[in-house]
Design a protein around this ligand. Structure first.
Ligand SMILES: Cc1ncc(C[n+]2csc(CCOP(=O)(O)OP(=O)(O)O)c2C)c(N)n1
Ligand SMILES: [Mg+2]
Length: 401
């Protein structure tokens, strides 16, 4: 039975792990009710494995193995729920913190490691069917919202939605942060999406900080209310509630696929760790804020829910082991990693051969060769011609896009 609070937030799973749908959750409950016990266990598994991976990557950065790490700790509920609400044919445009979504779409997390080690400009090829339309990480804040809207306009013009075919109708989801919501790109993307009625969802992970700037400086109203101004539905969810994230995203992506236009989700969550490994959050936020969000942790609450349902300790042990194995695998692979051919940095800069790239690649090859035979293998890289510059990149992991 819904609480009559007038609260706009959609929440199904309370911080104590009890199922207590808020008033606004009613409309989305049918999507939650479709979930099987195995689906819910899978949510728990994905959130737990990605958190373990995130800790491992943070440690690897501290040990000098990565140039930078971008922690996702705390945001697993928003990411895992919404990612599972997408369909294989949908297109996903991430920012740079969406590690759980990458994993769920089939990206090898080691490709994120290679990216943050500085070995690739992209990491994977979004056209490779194994990665199910998970586009590249985008560090230019908010720019992916324009890429997403452009893609969604293409879907519309090609008629690849609203045909009634559940298997092929497409929609787009784009992820960005509370800080990005102040960028011009995001506003332009929303204006075009609303005026063109594109099949897409704007998913804002409001983790309350844009590096050291609090969300209160970005907006005088809750972010989801901005959707009104563009003429699209805006829904605020408890982003640490994986059920709310799943149910609301599933409904709004269905609406988009069926031709009912774009919408916006604001997921209230929190970045528990630093902005990146280069940041020290103790300089600008206090412990009481942090502990209030730790008490609303997305994994702890789902664990409480599952235990209450009678799920046994063996399951939790198995998941913990899986996270540990996953991380051990990453550690083993990073120490065995080899540097790429320097010529690969020119790959995929342009889709067709480009004379400037060819000239620069030739210069680099000559420079490398000038170190002589005794130097690294990379110094033996052949002088690339226009075609080899474009073809140099593909790797076993699917190519340096
Ligand atoms: C166009 C642009 N301006 C500034 C930056 C520097 N910058 C990197 S992350 C960041 C804050 C982004 O905050 P938010 O959108 O809330 O995402 P979060 O990092 O919290 O996930 C800024 C300003 C950038 N990368 N791109
Ligand atoms: Mg933020």
């Amino acid at each position: 039975m819904a609480k009559s609070t007038g609260d706009p937030m959609v929440q199904l799973l309370a911080p104590d792990g009890s199922l207590a749908p808020s008033e606004r959750a009613e409309e989305f409950l049918p999507y939650f009710e479709q979930l099987t016990d195995d689906n819910i266990k899978r949510f728990f598994r994905d959130m737990s494995v990605i958190r373990r991976f995130d800790t491992e990557a943070t440690n690897l950065q501290r040990q000098g193995q990565l140039a930078l790490w971008i922690p996702s700790h705390g945001q697993e509920g928003a990411q895992v729920g919404s990612a599972h609400a997408t369909r294989p044919q949908d297109h996903i445009f991430p920012a740079y913190r969406e590690h759980a979504i990458a994993m769920i779409r089939g990206v090898d997390l080691f490709d994120l490691i290679r990216l943050l080690r500085g070995l690739t400009h992209g990491g994977w090829n979004p056209n490779d069917p194994r990665f199910r339309n998970f586009h590249l990480y985008t560090l230019v804040i908010g720019s992916q919202s324009l890429h997403a809207t452009g893609y969604a306009m293409g879907i519309k013009f090609d008629g690849d939605y609203a045909t009634g075919n559940y298997e092929t109708d497409q929609a787009v989801i784009v992820y960005f942060g509370d800080g990005a919501s102040s960028q011009g790109d995001v506003h332009e993307a929303m204006v075009f999406a609303a005026s063109q009625q594109t099949p897409q969802v704007f998913f804002v992970q409001n983790n309350h900080w844009a590096i050291s700037v609090p969300v209160s400086v970005q907006a005088r109203v809750p972010l989801f209310r901005r959707a009104d101004g563009y003429g699209m539905p805006g829904v605020q969810i408890d982003g640490n509630d994986v059920f709310a994230s799943y149910a609301v995203t599933a409904k709004l992506m269905d609406d988009a696929r069926q031709g009912r236009g774009p919408s916006m989700i604001e997921a209230e969550t929190y970045r528990i760790g630093a902005h990146t490994s280069s940041d020290d959050p103790t300089k600008y936020r206090d412990d009481s804020e942090l502990s209030s969000w730790i008490a609303r942790d997305p994994i702890t609450r789902l664990e409480a829910y599952l235990r209450d349902k009678g799920v046994e300790q063996a399951f939790f042990d198995e998941v913990a082991q899986e996270g540990a194995d996953y991380s051990a695998d990453i550690r083993h692979r990073i120490v065995a990693i080899e540097n790429p051919d320097p010529a690969s940095m020119f790959s995929h800069v342009y889709s067709d051969p480009h004379p400037l790239m060819t000239e620069q690649a030739a210069w680099l090859a000559n420079y490398e060769a000038s170190f002589g035979e005794q130097e690294s293998a990379s110094s033996n890289a052949p002088t690339p011609d226009a075609n080899s510059v474009q073809e140099a990149a593909p790797t076993a992991e699917g190519g340096d896009a």
